[in-house]
Design a protein around this ligand. Structure first.
Ligand code: ATP
Length: 310
């Protein structure tokens, strides 16, 4: 039995992610790869509003924001999928208004869709005062997509399995990122397929967490972290989108501490020393002609959280 609600709607703020490490195991018989990844949430956010609606109106969605273009408004939207799953699992009224204000790039390897699903889960928990534990929210989220549990958790965390088994990691310090965005996204399944093609005939080990990376995070050492960044999907993303190599070169030329394709790309994330360095690299990338836009962020950022209720 649901309690009477104290608010009509809530707004959840959810961060983007970069993968500091992404190691990809062999293709499993279920068609998925076992991965070991280290996520860091960064300060680019989608704001997800969930509100009650008149009985019989069903779930409606509206999308605004810098990166709203091209986001589906039908049932394939991960925010709607999350709302349907939450309604079914917790017996909630199926009439909801969802509003997405998007800042996270779409199909950019930064978990934009997953962030919106995470926002809906955390939002509905708060709106209907369900009192679900974070673990349970992450478990519901993993049914929507592998990156959803981390979007709920935030901070820095290790992801195993499909990246959906999350263990928060010890990390010190704050890190400055410059993100080079592409005008056109890359599809995650096609990048994995290209990775399989490039690795055909090779024997692939079970992925392990990188000890130098974890040590750099524990020490809060940005320089060491820059050196330890690794992404086994990077060659595949660059093979499908050769211009990404040029983007990575600009970062090296301008002294980035490290540069990496984020997840399945095509966003390239550069770790820099400070604000001034971030500004220099932003100008260099913007004038290089090889990126469509450049944004800056810092990490780690908090996971999905309620910022407003009305
Ligand atoms: P990941 O890093 O988790 O692999 P991504 O950041 O590369 O994901 P998304 O932004 O999640 O990619 O979008 C991938 C595809 O999912 C988009 O092309 C879009 O069609 C679809 N999609 C579904 N729901 C959403 C949403 N709420 N926001 C953005 N894209 C969505």
């Amino acid at each position: 039995m649901l309690k009477p609600m104290r608010s009509r709607g809530v707004v959840a703020r959810v961060p983007a992610k970069v993968n500091l490490q992404l190691s990809v195991g062999p293709l499993g018989s279920d068609g998925y790869h076992e991965v070991t990844t280290v996520f860091q949430a960064i300060s680019l956010f989608d704001d997800v509003t969930v509100a009650t609606a008149l009985p019989g109106s069903g779930i409606t969605i509206s999308i605004t924001g810098d990166t709203a273009h091209g986001v589906p408004v039908d049932n394939s939207n991960l925010a709607i999928k999350a709302a349907q799953l939450m309604a079914k699992t917790y017996d909630l009224p199926p009439d909801l208004i969802i509003k997405l204000k998007k800042e996270i790039p779409v199909a950019g390897g930064m978990a934009g869709g997953s962030a919106d699903a995470a926002g809906v889960i955390v939002g509905l928990d708060s709106l209907f005062e369900l009192g679900i534990s974070r673990d349970e929210m992450e478990s519901v989220g993993s049914k929507i997509g592998a990156d959803v549990p981390f979007s709920i958790c935030g901070g820095v965390a290790i992801g195993t399995g499909r990246g959906d088994q999350i263990t928060p990691a010890l990390a010190k310090g704050s890190y400055n990122w410059v993100l080079a965005l592409s005008g056109q996204g890359l599809s995650t399944p096609s990048v994995y397929q290209e990775c399989d093609r490039l690795r055909e005939g090779l024997s692939i080990a079970t992925p392990q967490v990188s000890e130098p990376l974890m040590q750099a995070l524990r020490a809060g050492d940005a320089k060491a972290l820059g050196k330890a960044l690794s992404n086994e999907l990077q060659s595949a993303a660059c093979s499908l989108r050769p211009a990404l190599r040029l983007v990575l070169d600009v970062g090296v030329d301008y002294g980035a501490l490290g540069g990496i394709v984020s997840g399945s790309g095509p966003t390239v994330a550069f770790l820099v020393t400070d604000d001034e360095h971030a500004m220099d690299l932003t100008v260099a990338l913007s004038s290089s002609g090889v990126v469509s836009s450049v944004v800056r962020g810092t990490g780690p950022a908090a996971g999905a959280r309620i910022i407003e209720s009305f």
